[in-house]
Design a protein around this ligand. Structure first.
Ligand code: PMP
Length: 437
């Protein structure tokens, strides 16, 4: 049964059993309507209520306004986290171009379209940059996608964490070493808040990015693998996004929290078309254009309401469980679980090596290696012992612990639905295994 299995997979990931049970019912017969949730219209009152409930629960948990001057829009889209690699850079570059267009119109006057185009073209060539903090495999992929779409000349890798760490991810360079573009020239600064493959998490919101205003490069964070797992100030960000399949639900839906005032800066496609000689792919496909999705309450095209329903149940259960503590309550729990695992790994340092540096250890994806014993060089990993670790773990129903294929080793993902008893079982296994060999 589900209770017997402890699953530490990195995504898709476990969901709370009551949520899975409730959604299983809804798939067959939603609230005794005789129809399943995947069979009804995404434009029905039922679907609209689920959408509204999801937004409301998320705004409670993260404590941000859905209305008023500093409002944020919550969008639900498809295309996964990967889709947002493309959508985020296209949106931010578009907003940058529109700001420059408005400024040119203000300076040159109405009706001077050709001159406006000329000036914006020149500014793009001379000034436009998008900044990436490359701290792991996913931010690297996002920066590569940006280069593919808009051209590598516009990409500024403000930091590449591999450079000061023997060519490997695992440590985030200090902020004073980042080479950020002047914020007025930058269209955005992007990072991945939790690097799922490398086990690296941004320890806190970067000081140097605090207080960015409407004219500054937009702050964008990929929170696919640490969504609703710690407190943050939404107002520090222009865009937060995450695929649902780790902390929130099942694959097939992506959540975007975006500052509403930015959406008003979305440029007209025909203006961008006239700049395609310098900006080849800055126009997003319509399903990836935030302003269009926001205007249509995420129902521009068919939204997978069943997937949204699961995320809604998860969000509502977090609201209920942690009450006035909101997401800080989940953060405390996540921290306690992660500490238990890291403390054990550190205690048995002759058996285990935690891959990332202490300063950047992820609370969500705990990546470690198993050291050689006896004859082996103590600085190297023993893949045979790692296999033995995984095999003996599986015998105890501790599943999903294999590291990402690109880096190997062991990875214990500690997402929100991984329970404390599961973590305790893993810890017991770590202690027991350390004594072998
Ligand atoms: N960002 C992060 C941090 C991820 O962990 C992942 C997937 N594991 C992605 C982006 C890509 O997400 P998707 O597979 O939903 O496109």
């Amino acid at each position: 049964t589900r209770d017997q299995i402890s699953y530490f997979g990195a995504g898709p990931a476990p969901l709370p059993t009551p949520v899975i049970e409730e959604s299983a019912k809804a798939l067959v017969n939603f609230e005794d309507t005789g129809l399943g949730l995947s069979e009804i219209s995404h434009r029905s009152p039922t679907a609209n209520k689920i959408l509204a409930d999801a937004k409301s629960a998320l705004s409670i948990l993260y404590d941000f306004p859905l209305e008023g001057e500093n409002a944020y829009d919550v969008l639900f889209m498809q295309g996964g986290g990967t889709g947002e690699f493309s959508a985020s850079v296209q949106a931010c570059v578009g907003w940058w171009v529109e700001r420059r267009r408005r400024r040119a119109v203000a300076d040159l006057g109405e009706g001077k379209e050709d001159e406006v185009i000329e000036r914006v073209r020149k500014e793009i060539k001379e000034e436009l940059k998008v900044d990436y903090l490359v701290t792991g495999s996913w931010s690297l992929k996002a920066s590569q996608e940006a280069a593919r779409l808009i051209g590598s000349k516009y990409i500024n890798v403000a930091t590449d964490a591999r450079k000061a760490n023997n060519g490997k991810f695992g440590k985030i360079p200090q902020e004073k070493e980042w080479q950020l573009t002047d914020s007025k020239k930058s269209a955005m600064v992007y990072w991945c808040d939790n690097e799922t493959v490398d086990g690296v998490e941004m320890p806190s919101f970067p000081e140097s990015l605090k207080g960015r205003g409407e004219d500054d490069g937009v702050v964008v964070a990929d929170m696919s693998s640490n969504f609703v797992s710690r407190k943050l100030n939404v107002k520090d960000y222009g865009i937060i996004f995450g695929g649902a399949q780790k902390n929130l639900g099942i694959a097939g839906i992506t959540v975007i929290i975006v500052r509403r005032s930015l959406l008003a800066l979305t440029p007209k496609a025909d203006f961008l078309q006239r700049l395609s000689d310098v900006l080849p792919s800055a126009i997003p496909p319509v399903v990836f254009e935030f302003a269009t999705i926001a205007k249509n309450n995420s129902l521009y095209n068919t939204l997978p309401i069943f997937n949204l329903y699961i995320a809604t149940l998860v969000l509502q259960s977090l609201v209920k469980t942690f009450e006035e503590k909101k997401v800080s309550g989940q953060e405390e729990l996540a921290n306690r679980k992660a500490e238990l695992i890291y403390d054990t790994l550190d205690k048995y340092a002759d058996a285990y090596h935690v891959v990332p540096d202490k300063s950047a250890r992820s609370r969500m994806n705990i990546c470690f290696r198993i050291k050689s014993r006896g004859e082996g060089d103590p600085g190297t990993w023993d893949e045979a012992r790692e296999k033995a670790f995984l095999a003996s773990a599986e015998k105890k129903n501790l599943m999903g612990l294999k590291g990402h294929r690109s880096v190997g080793g062991i990875r214990a993902s500690n997402y929100n639905a991984v329970t404390m008893p599961s973590v305790q079982k893993l810890v017991a296994h770590l202690v027991e295994f350390a004594a072998t060999g």
